[in-house]
Design a protein around this ligand. Structure first.
Ligand SMILES: C[S@@+](CC[C@H](N)C(=O)[O-])C[C@H]1O[C@@H](n2cnc3c(N)ncnc32)[C@H](O)[C@@H]1O
Length: 243
């Protein structure tokens, strides 16, 4: 079995506990650093991923690992569903999401709650769509998380996952590795209170089973019509599947 990558390499705490701690530590600078480090491209990637649901017109959406809510806000603006519920294991990230929801007056459309992707606090077959952006890489048990997403989807419902992947072509692969291994942790150290978080980022991306390996896992837990769509030379990928 491959080694589990954790934020603090702490053998006394589970990956889930460490991930929740880490996001609690970085919640206040998370949005700024996201846009800064990706040069704003993360906004385009999020829009592309949400557009995968445009023809499905989902009424009730669950955004897993919602964090500060940016993927859900994008879904609200593009898809205009009746309601989105966001779940996350980090109270600190949800506090920021709640502040943004209140500021934008979206309290009747978007609600958040503490919840674990591996044990989602919902009955089965409730949601028309489930979305996850930059969350699956952080799951402690990826297969369990995907299986639980499948459980809460209605039959025929769709999952859309957006996650970093590893570009394979020269010279993008080399440039990307340099940026991710040296520049990202450097910027993280400067602006975030938690330097480890931005070393964990490239480590967790390197360890993530991307591309067809991830698609095979989606198939294994029961998704049909699974697809992988690489974006921007494969720096990110959108995965979709139907229950
Ligand atoms: C990189 S952030 C992404 C936030 C947001 N989706 C976005 O696009 O900006 C990853 C989030 O996943 C959450 N997370 C990690 N493991 C989780 C789990 N098992 N269940 C729910 N949320 C989880 C973290 O707390 C964190 O807020």
């Amino acid at each position: 079995m491959s080694k589990t990558i954790t934020p603090y390499h702490d053998e006394q705490a589970t990956k889930k506990e460490q991930v929740a701690d880490m996001f609690n530590n970085i919640s206040k600078t998370y949005d700024f650093l996201n846009h800064f480090m990706s040069l704003g491209i993360d906004i385009i990637w999020r829009k592309k991923a949400i557009n995968e649901l445009k023809n499905d017109k989902p009424k009730l959406i669950l955004d897993v690992a919602t964090g500060t809510g940016d993927f859900a806000f994008e879904a609200l603006s593009i898809l205009k569903p009746e309601k989105i519920i966001g779940v996350d294991i980090s109270r600190g990230m949800l506090d920021i999401a709640e502040q943004k929801i209140a500021k934008r007056g979206l309290g009747d459309k978007f609600g958040v709650k503490l919840g674990d992707s591996e044990k989602l606090p919902f009955e089965g077959a409730e949601f028309d769509a489930v979305t996850v952006a930059y969350g699956v890489r952080n799951f402690e048990n990826l297969e369990k998380g995907l299986a639980d997403i499948n459980r809460v989807l209605k039959p025929g419902g769709k999952v859309v996952v957006l996650e970093f992947s590893k570009p394979k072509a020269f010279p993008i692969k080399q440039l990307y590795n340099f940026y991710f291994s040296y520049i990202t942790p450097g910027i993280g150290k400067l602006f975030s209170k938690d330097a480890r978080a931005y070393s964990y980022l490239p480590e967790s991306v390197a360890a993530f089973p991307d591309g067809q390996t991830f698609v095979a896992l989606m198939d294994k837990v029961g998704f049909k019509n699974t697809k992988c769509r690489p974006l921007t030379f494969g720096i990110c990928s959108i995965y979709t599947g139907i229950k």
